[in-house]
Design a protein. Sequence first.
Length: 468
Amino acid sequence: MGAGGYGEVLKIAIPLILSMGSWSLKHFVDRVFLAWYSDDALAAALPASMLSFSIGAFFLGTVGYVNTFVAQYSGAKRPERVGAVVWQGFYFAIAAGFVMMGLIPLSPWIFGMAGHEPNIKTLEISYFQILCVGWIPLLGQQALSCFFTGRGDTRTVMWVSMASAVANIVLDYAWIFGNFGFPEWGIDGAGWGTVASQTFEMLLYMILISKVRFRRDFNTWSSWRPDKELFRRILRFGTPNGVQFFLEVFGFTIFVMIVGQLGRVALAATNVTFNINTLAFLPMIGMGIAVSTLVGQYLGSEKPEIAVRATWSAIHLSSTYTGIMALLFVFAPQIFVFAFESGADPDTFPEIKALTRILLRFVAAYCVFEAIYIAFSSTVKGAGDTKFVMYTTLAASSSIVVLPVYVCVSVLGYGLFAAWVFASLYTIVMALLFYLRFRGGKWKTMRVIEATEGMGMEVGAERDVPAI
């Protein structure tokens, strides 16, 4: 227990895990509703959503790095800078959202290259275009939420996320199937439900940061003006983080696009498997944010040894959870598949179900390594070591996922299982690489905030990220 122990990690992580769990539940229910609606809608949802997410991942990763700034300013006892950095992140978020909307007219060309069945392609285009509209509120709420996560106030984030999830599920039920007097919109209803819930979430955060005590203690109103130097710092450290996130998500989007060439059953089974995997994966993202927050706070207060302890505490906790999930994936897969089966087409879903049960064994093989990878990578990112993260992801994603899967499936014709072998190998290799970086210790000397007296370096000096 104590600083960096299980108790402190859980205090910050549990609300974030519940927040990610609500996000996972929201998308899980979304896919279940689409499975009930039609197999074509289910098959189209994953490629469209992953492509939208992969393109926007750069902006999401860049905006999300505001969390590290807030954490280090909080650890350094400089609350007057917190409001300013959140505002700079919010300005970047809104501009980036408009960039994402510029992809709408390009969507027919993009999905035309995927080679999917014509009816699937039509649904993919429509769903993708709607999701592009939602990037302004999605990025906006991401920037504003960093005000709370970076300071360790994760309960607020939990309640906001839960409220958004409830809104999304209700709207999905109404707009997909045409309930409560609304028209039946199918997959379009799922898209607009997502956009509406994200807008609701952003507005909630805007209201919350306007509280009098936040305006007084963190300058959440008075520091709204653009700050070129602070904006530059966000881009300097956040851009590599955004590139890393983009590369990782884009690599797996290409993976899904290639799998789509194997037919509707393989694509739908992969869709179901990835959605089940989120039940193990997304809570670990919450744990990763907690690690980055604690590492940022303790490095800001010049206590790297406690940051190390917090990392190991998180690994012990997350490995236990994912280990249990791995056992369930292998020995009780029906628990997870049942939700998709209920209401699905009884003539076509049995084949999807059988394939999904096999793919869950791949997930079981790598999910513990995924927890380890997330924890170690969150530590080095929480320090400012984002260039290493970017270059490592570029090398691993291209050499382990994109190129091998393309050759195996599109050139050699080895099929779905060969593709999943490389997807599993990627996670295992990344866990090893980030463990080695963590053990090297360079991250302990890094900071993203400007220097002040008492930070262990001369005032006005910048700590650059060391070369790899």
